[in-house]
Ligand binder design. Structure first.
Ligand SMILES: Nc1ncnc2c1ncn2[C@@H]1O[C@H](COP(=O)(O)OP(=O)(O)O)[C@@H](O)[C@H]1O
Ligand SMILES: [Mg+2]
Length: 384
C-alpha cells in the first residue's frame, strides 16, 4: 500500500513545493543574521490556486527554523481584536515568563485560564497591538532572532485591519527592530491595498507575483513525489500529466492525486491513469476555481470574458469590444479591471488571454457562470 502523496485543495502544503526555491532563498536572508533584505516587507500576489498560502506556510517554516516568532493571521473584520486578546497574549505568555510571574504573584492571582488576561492587562496602554508586538520583538532579539508577521487573504473589506497591523509593524521597522511582514492576496485585493490611504508603506514593499510553474518544474512536482513513494511514472505519462496541468499548481496536485488513485496498488502510473485524471481534474475546475473566481465580477466583466471565449487562443481587444457592442474605451475599463483581478493576462499588445486553465472551456460550456485566467513566462514553456 502506498499513501497518496498529492495534496489537492487549497492551503495544504504539497509534497514538493516546486519552483519556489529562489524565492525562499530571499527569505532565508531575512531570517539569517545581519543582512538587510527587501523581503523584510513583501506582498505576495497571484490568482487563486497558484500557491500563495503554501508559500506563506513555507516562509513561516523557515522563520521558525531560524527561531523567529511567527504571528500568523488570515485577514477578517476582527483580526486585530483577535491578535490583541488571544494570539499575542498566548505568544507572550509562552515566552515572557517574567511578565507572567510578576502579574501572577501580584495582589489578584488570576485563576486557571486567567494568565492570558493578566498578560492582556499588562499591555493595556495603547496602542496595545504595537506594544505587544514590540515586546515580542524584544524577546526574539534577546535570542538573536526576530518576529515574522504573516498575513493571508488580504481583502478589500478588511483593509482597515491590514492598515492597523501595517502601522504597528512599520513603526517597529523604523526603529530598526528585527521584524518582517509578508502579506498575500489575489491581484485585485493587493492592488486595492497599494492604492489605499494609510498603506503607502506597502508601496515600498517587495512585490512577489507568483506565476504558474514551468514545464520542468511541473514535471518535477509530479515525478518526485511518485518516485519517493516507491512508484514509477513513464515519460509519456509524466508529460501528459504535466501538460494537462498547464503548470497551474492546483491542477498539478489534483491531477497527481487522481492519477495516483486510479490503480493505487500497481507500481506504475500509466498514461491511461493520467488521461483519466486529467479529464476528471479539468471537469472539477469549474466548481473549485473558476466559479469562485467569477463571483464578484460585474455582468459587464463577464460579458467581456464570454466575448473572449469565442476565440481559441488570445483574443484581440478590438474584436472583444465589437462582440460586446461596446466602444473600445468602455471595453478598456473591463479589460483593466480583469487584468487587475488576475482573471486575464495581456500576452502582447492588443491581445488578451485567460489567466486560469479551463476558463475558456468552462465559459463555453456554462455561459451563465463567470471566468478566470493565467500568466505568461511559464505559459511559454508549454508551447511546442
Ligand atoms: N509550488 C508548488 N508546487 C506544487 N504544488 C503546489 C505549489 N504551490 C501550490 N501547490 C498546490 O496548489 C494548491 C493551491 O495552493 P494554495 O497555496 O492554496 O493557493 P492560493 O493560496 O494561491 O489560492 C494546493 O493544493 C497546493 O498543494
Ligand atoms: Mg490561499
Amino acid at each position: 500500500m502506498h499513501d497518496n502523496p498529492f495534496r489537492p485543495g487549497f492551503g495544504i502544503s504539497p509534497p514538493m513545493l516546486a519552483g519556489r526555491d529562489a524565492l525562499l532563498d530571499e527569505w532565508r536572508e531575512v531570517f539569517g543574521l545581519g543582512a538587510w533584505s527587501p523581503y523584510r516587507a513583501a506582498l505576495v500576489t497571484g490568482m487563486r490556486g497558484v500557491g500563495k498560502t503554501v508559500l506563506l506556510n513555507a516562509v513561516e517554516d523557515l522563520a521558525l527554523a531560524h527561531d523567529w516568532t511567527v504571528v500568523h493571521g488570515t485577514l477578517h473584520a476582527s483580526l486585530v481584536d483577535e491578535l490583541e486578546h488571544d494570539r499575542l497574549p498566548a505568544l507572550l505568555q509562552a515566552q515572557d515568563a517574567e511578565a507572567v510571574t510578576r502579574d501572577v504573584t501580584g495582589v489578584s492571582v488570576p485563576q486557571l485560564g486567567g494568565i492570558t488576561t493578566a498578560v492582556v492587562r499588562q499591555y493595556e496602554r495603547e496602542p496595545r497591538l504595537e506594544s505587544m508586538l514590540g515586546r515580542l520583538v524584544e524577546l526574539a532579539e534577546g535570542r538573536g532572532a526576530g518576529v515574522l508577521v504573516s498575513l493571508d487573504e488580504v481583502a478589500i473589506e478588511s483593509l482597515d485591519q491590514l492598515r492597523r497591523i501595517a502601522i504597528a509593524v512599520q513603526h517597529l521597522m523604523r526603529e530598526d527592530r528585527r521584524i518582517a511582514i509578508v502579506a498575500a492576496g489575489v491581484p485585485a485585493s493587493i492592488a486595492a491595498a497599494l492604492d489605499a490611504d494609510g498603506l503607502t508603506f506597502f508601496r515600498r514593499a517587495q512585490q512577489v507575483r507568483l506565476d504558474t510553474l514551468t514545464l520542468a518544474e511541473t514535471r518535477a512536482a509530479i515525478a518526485e513525489p511518485v518516485r519517493s513513494r516507491g512508484r514509477t511514472i513513464g515519460e509519456a505519462a509524466l508529460d501528459r500529466a504535466a501538460r494537462g496541468s498547464e503548470g497551474y499548481p492546483y491542477l498539478v496536485q489534483s491531477i497527481g492525486a487522481r492519477a495516483w488513485e486510479y490503480t493505487p496498488s500497481t507500481s506504475a502510473i500509466t498514461t491511461d491513469a493520467v488521461q483519466h485524471a486529467v479529464e476528471v481534474a479539468h471537469a472539477a475546475m469549474g466548481e473549485s476555481v473558476i466559479v469562485p473566481a467569477l463571483r464578484g465580477l460585474s455582468a459587464r466583466d463577464r460579458d467581456y470574458l464570454l466575448a473572449m471565449a469565442e476565440d481559441d487562443g488570445p483574443a484581440s481587444t478590438a474584436a472583444v469590444a465589437e462582440r460586446m457592442g461596446a466602444t473600445s474605451g468602455n471595453a478598456g475599463r473591463q479589460r483593466s479591471r480583469l487584468l487587475d483581478g488576475g482573471i486575464i493576462v495581456a500576452p502582447e499588445r492588443g491581445r488578451v488571454e485567460f489567466a486560469i486553465p479551463r476558463m475558456r472551456e468552462h465559459l463555453r460550456a456554462h455561459p451563465h457562470d463567470a471566468q478566470l485566467g493565467l500568466p505568461t513566462k511559464a505559459r511559454e514553456t508549454f508551447r511546442d
